[in-house]
Write a protein that binds this ligand. Structure first.
Ligand code: BTN
Length: 252
């Protein structure tokens, strides 16, 4: 499809303007759309971020949702977002952009956010345990947009164009991301390659951080990412493993 050079792209739906590509992808997935169905929009009027936040989506960005149908247990779902963050970072590095991964799944350049990832899963309870019916992998990559037009919480925004000093054809990062996902997703079970990449590409490890999460904020030195994808913090009260949260670096 579109000469993207990957089997992950089976059908690409390109929309001019939409509320959210996640909403369209959900409808398609509910209607039985296969893995590799991709929804792209030039503009999103109601782009969704994590934690119910708004995601500004003006023209010039890569706003996409990909339907995945992974054949594994629901407990592996959080790994998909981390695999995706690594895939985007590797794709950007391939383009010449020095991207880093901020745990668990933001991609930053020079400490500023260039990409956000939102994975929404639909679960299927079976006698053998809860499986994944589908995952909607939403990727918002600021490619040729004006940073001032973006609404980003926490970290300031940057763009691929700002990093490279030139416009980039959206199909280039799209094809690279899909190829990286194609090689990265099979790692969901062992997670070993992703863990290695998360460690080497991390914007979080080795830094003093504050992690805001539902159970309250925790501060400490980020020392490791476990085989489960959890962030290990060395706090005054000892080692703590975190499975979710919003990281703020206390010293950059
Ligand atoms: C975040 O960092 O909070 C996640 C942002 C995810 C944005 C993408 S853009 C394409 C897809 N459609 C949406 O409405 N959201 C995701």
């Amino acid at each position: 499809v579109l000469g993207l050079g990957t089997s992950l792209a089976r059908e690409v739906v390109v929309l001019e303007e939409v509320d959210s590509t996640q909403r369209v992808a959900r409808e398609l997935a509910e209607g039985g759309a296969p893995e590799g169905t991709i929804v792209l929009a030039r503009v999103q009027l109601g782009g969704k971020g994590r934690l119910g936040r708004e995601w500004g989506s003006p023209p010039g960005g890569l706003w996409m949702s990909l339907v995945l149908r992974p054949e594994f247990e629901a407990r592996f779902a959080p790994r998909i977002t981390q695999i995706s963050a690594v895939a985007v970072a590797r794709a950007l590095i391939g383009l010449g952009v020095p991207a880093k991964v901020k745990w668990p799944n933001d991609v930053l350049v020079g400490g500023r956010k260039v990409c956000g990832i939102l994975a929404e899963s639909s679960l299927r309870p079976t006698p053998a345990g809860t499986l994944l019916e589908y995952v909607l992998l939403g990727i918002g990559l600021n490619v040729n947009v004006e940073p001032e037009d973006l609404v980003v919480f926490g970290d300031r925004a940057t763009t691929v164009r700002e990093s490279l000093g030139r416009e980039v054809d959206l199909l280039d990062p799209l094809a690279r991301i899909l190829r990286e996902l194609e090689t990265g997703l099979p790692d969901a079970r062992s997670f070993s390659r992703t863990r290695k990449d998360l460690r080497s590409l991390s914007h979080t490890l080795g830094r003093q951080v504050r992690v805001a999460r539902s159970g309250g904020a925790v501060e400490g030195l980020a020392v490791d990412i476990t085989a489960e994808g959890a962030l290990v913090l060395q706090t005054e009260g000892g080692m703590v493993e975190l499975f979710e949260g919003d990281v703020e670096n206390l010293r950059d």
